[in-house]
Design a protein around this ligand. Structure first.
Ligand code: 2RA
Length: 352
C-alpha cells in the first residue's frame, strides 16, 4: 500500500511552500495526505494534487496510520509533538531546531549524507537551518574531492527567515521610507519609521531593515554570538561529518524578501582550482553555476527566488590563502532552505 504522508504546520509560511512542492513533484509515491495545524487553523481547506483536504487539528490520533510526518512548526511544538508522532509509528522529518544537535537524530542534506536517514533511533530526522542548508550542496561537492578544513562565512539573510511577520515588517518599512529622501542622515530611517507608526518595539528585528543591513540573526547567545552563527558552525560539522571543522560565521539580515545568500571562504586539505570547482558544481544536479563575472553574471536573490537549486558564482582562488576558494551562493530559504529539503528526505523514505 502506498505510504501516508502528514504535513504538520500546513498553513504556515514554509507549509504553504511545501504544498506548492507537493503539487509540483513529478513523482508521487504517496497514498493519503493529511494536513495538520494548530486548532486555530483547523477546518481550512487546501488543495493537494487536485484534491481538497481539510486541515486537521494537532492531536495524537491524527498520526495513527501515518508513515512519514513532516513538521514545519516552532521548536517548542516540534519538541512536544515530534515524539508523540514517532510513538504512533510515523517517521518524523522535522524542520525546527528542537532535535538538530541530538546525537540520536540524524541531520540530513540528501546531497551530503542521505545514508543517515536509516539510522534514527528516536524515529526523528532533522532538517538543517536554512542558513546552513543554503551552502551545503555546494560545499559537500567540494568537500568530497578536496577535503574541507576551515570555513569562514558571511550570510545575507532574507526577512522571510523570520516568518510572515518579517516579510510584513519589511514591506511596511519600505512603504514608510520610499520617495521620502530618507537614508542620507544618521537616524532619519528610524525617525521615518516612528513617524509612520512603526516603532522598533513592534518589529521582529532589532534595527530598521529598510535601507539598512542588520548584523543580528536569531537570538543572542552570549560571548558576542547569535544563534544563527552557532547553527552554521554546529550543523556544518554534523552534516559533513567533520567534528573538528574550524568555522566562523557572521550572520546578517538584509532587506530581501526571500533567498539567503552567503559569501563563503573555504579552505581544503588538497590544492584547489576554479576549473575543477566548476566541474564539480556542474556535476552536482542541485547546483546551478552562474559564474561569468566579467559580464555581470552571478547569482542574486532577486534572480533565483522561487528556484530549487543552490546557485553558485564568483568562484575564485583566494589570493593569500593556500588551498582556499571564495564563492557566493544563493538559495531560496523557504524551498531548499526548508520545505524542499524536508520533502526530499520524506520522499527518500517513501522510496525505501
Ligand atoms: C532565519 N535561519 O533566517 C532562520 C530561519 N530558520 O531567521
Amino acid at each position: 500500500m502506498a505510504p501516508t504522508l502528514a504535513l504538520v504546520g500546513a498553513t504556515g509560511a514554509v507549509g504553504s511552500v511545501m504544498i506548492d512542492i507537493l503539487n509540483a513533484r513529478p513523482e508521487w509515491p504517496w497514498g493519503e495526505v493529511r494536513l495538520i495545524a494548530s486548532p486555530r487553523s483547523a477546518g481550512k481547506k487546501l488543495t493537494v494534487r487536485g484534491e481538497e483536504l481539510t486541515v486537521q487539528a494537532l492531536a495524537p490520533e491524527v498520526f495513527d496510520g501515518v508513515d512519514v510526518a513532516m513538521f514545519d512548526v516552532p521548536d517548542e511544538v516540534s519538541a512536544e509533538w515530534g515524539p508523540i508522532a514517532a510513538s504512533r509509528g510515523a517517521v518524523v522529518v522535522d524542520n525546527s531546531g528542537a532535535f538538530r544537535m541530538d546525537d540520536d537524530v540524524p541531520l540530513v542534506v540528501p546531497e551530503c549524507n542521505l545514508d543517515k536517514i536509516a539510522d534514527r533511533p528516536r524515529g526523528i530526522i532533522a532538517n538543517p537551518n536554512c542558513t546552513t542548508l543554503s551552502m551545503m550542496a555546494a560545499l559537500g561537492a567540494l568537500h568530497r574531492t578536496f577535503g574541507l578544513r576551515e570555513l569562514v562565512v558571511a550570510s545575507y539573510q532574507a526577512v522571510s527567515g523570520a516568518g510572515v511577520a518579517g516579510v510584513e515588517r519589511l514591506y511596511a518599512e519600505l512603504a514608510a521610507v520610499v520617495g521620502k529622501g530618507v537614508g542620507v542622515r544618521a537616524g532619519d530611517v528610524r525617525e521615518a519609521l516612528e513617524a509612520a507608526g512603526l516603532p522598533l518595539a513592534d518589529s521582529p528585528f532589532p534595527a530598521p531593515l529598510a535601507l539598512n543591513v542588520v548584523p543580528s540573526a536569531g537570538s543572542y547567545k552570549g560571548d558576542g554570538w547569535f544563534s544563527e552563527e552557532l547553527k552554521v558552525r554546529n550543523e556544518s560539522r554534523k552534516i559533513l561529518g567533520i567534528p573538528d571543522l574550524k568555522v566562523s560565521a557572521t550572520c546578517v539580515r538584509v532587506p530581501v524578501v526571500t533567498t539567503h545568500s552567503l559569501a563563503v571562504h573555504a579552505t581544503f586539505e588538497q590544492p584547489v582550482t576554479v576549473e575543477r570547482a566548476h566541474e564539480l558544481f556542474a556535476a552536482q544536479p542541485s547546483v546551478t553555476l552562474v559564474d561569468d563575472p566579467s559580464n555581470g553574471v552571478f547569482p542574486t536573490p532577486a534572480d533565483v527566488v522561487g528556484g530549487d537549486p543552490t546557485y553558485v558564482g564568483r568562484i575564485r582562488q583566494a589570493l593569500d590563502f593556500p588551498n582556499t576558494l571564495d564563492f557566493f551562493v544563493c538559495g531560496d530559504n523557504l524551498r531548499k532552505g526548508a520545505a524542499l529539503n524536508t520533502y526530499e528526505i520524506a520522499e527518500a523514505l517513501a522510496k525505501r
